[in-house]
Design a protein around this ligand. Structure first.
Ligand SMILES: [Fe+2]
Length: 385
């Protein structure tokens, strides 16, 4: 997160004595990324954050691969993913490679009986349905329809939902998730041509601090396993922190689309980047305004990247037979383009209300057993006239 933020109480000078009212010391923790080269925060705890009192079960949660070498375009009926009570059980990995796991979840219950930490991956949660609060050890973020929540690896969190009707698109990224470098200057500030700015971020607020001893379970995801660790002190015992490494939110509704006289390529929709894939936001916008413009995209071959589209709302102009919650996968190796009739039908249209999230990966995606269960099976033939 390339802006500085702080919450709670911190000492004036880093790495110096920070004293509690009773004269004892708070415990400082440097929480860094990429060794000591990435973003970091300095965190002050009531207790040492190292007090593991027991190690419980370890469960294998690696995705089960059904198709490891995929050449078919696919359509997944996302809302067919069944709601489940538990936040982690509800996650269904669908399209995966060694860089990213893309999946859907329909959790019914808040996560408040244990804490969760993904030490493998940064997490992107896109909220399609539901409202609530992401509660983390660095502060809370209220979320609603259209929010991206970016949770860097290692953040300890819980999540509260206001109702049982929740739908989430998620990506577990084994590379850090950043905003696009080309929209930032050499100080990290977002530039004027960026489709969003610092004011649009939802920063953590309302730091919760619990000075409690007991038995607190943190489920830690590491190397595809979910380990249960019992800690002797409350994981939310932070009295203050500052730095650049923290969870944040961003609403897709605050993405300001870049438009042109002729069709603009997908990079204008880019919202986040990693070393291995990008996340783009397709938002309601005015169409191209050249008198002979064709608003629908041309056929295209990104010969070396898989393209995943998650349809959120509105008519998607270049597709037929698509509804909210659907996922399309257009794999590397073959071209794809608008469905028959949509290319011509787009001419003369002034704008679109489409809302979608796109994830383009450089490595091919594998198809999981979960994905096959919601695959319509015939999408790859849908361009035949
Ligand atoms: Fe495409």
């Amino acid at each position: 997160m390339p802006i500085y933020h702080k919450l709670g109480r911190i000492p004036q000078k880093r790495h110096t004595q920070f004293t509690k009212p009773d004269g004892s010391l708070y415990y400082e923790q440097l929480f860094g990324t990429i060794g000591f080269d990435g973003m970091s925060s300095l965190i002050y705890h009531e207790h040492r954050p190292t007090q593991v009192s027991a190690i419980g079960d370890s469960i294998d949660v690696n995705p089960k691969i059904a198709v490891s070498h995929n050449i078919a375009s696919r359509k997944l009926i996302g809302f067919d993913v069944k709601p489940k009570d538990d936040f982690l059980d509800a996650r269904e990995p669908l399209l995966v490679n060694s860089d990213v796991h893309i999946g859907l979840a329909a959790p019914k219950k808040s996560l408040n009986e244990y804490f969760y930490k993904n030490s493998d991956a940064d997490e992107m949660l896109f909220i399609h349905k539901g409202t609530g609060t992401l509660r983390t050890f660095l502060g809370n973020i209220h979320f609603e329809y259209g929010d991206y929540l970016i949770i860097p690896r290692g953040m300890i969190y819980q999540i509260e939902f206001d109702s049982e009707d929740n739908r989430i698109l998620y990506a577990e990224s084994f590379h850090p998730i950043y905003t696009p470098k080309r929209y930032r200057n050499w100080f990290g500030q977002l530039l004027e041509h960026s489709p969003f700015c610092e004011r649009d971020y939802k920063l953590p607020q309302d730091l919760e601090t619990y000075d409690e001893k007991g038995e607190f379970v943190i489920k830690v995801k590491k190397q595809g396993m979910l380990h249960s660790l019992v800690y002797a002190t409350h994981p939310f015992d932070v009295v203050g922190w500052d730095g650049y490494n923290f969870p944040y939110g961003f609403s897709i509704h605050n993405f300001e689309p870049i438009t042109g006289r002729v069709h603009q390529p997908p990079p204008v929709h880019q919202t986040f980047e990693t070393g291995a894939f990008v996340i783009c936001s397709f938002c309601p916008r005015l169409y191209d305004y050249h008198p002979k413009a064709i608003p629908a995209p041309y056929n295209h071959s990104n010969i070396d990247s898989d393209e995943v589209l998650y349809y959120v709302d509105g008519d998607f102009m270049s597709r037929t037979g698509i509804g909210p919650g659907y996922i399309s996968l257009h794999p590397a190796g073959i071209p794809h383009g608008p469905h028959p009739g949509t290319y011509e039908a787009s001419i003369g249209k002034k704008g679109t209300e489409e809302l979608a999230v796109m994830i383009d990966t450089f490595k091919p995606l594998q198809i999981t057993e979960n994905a096959l269960k919601i695959d319509d099976g015939s999408y790859y033939k849908s361009w035949v006239e």
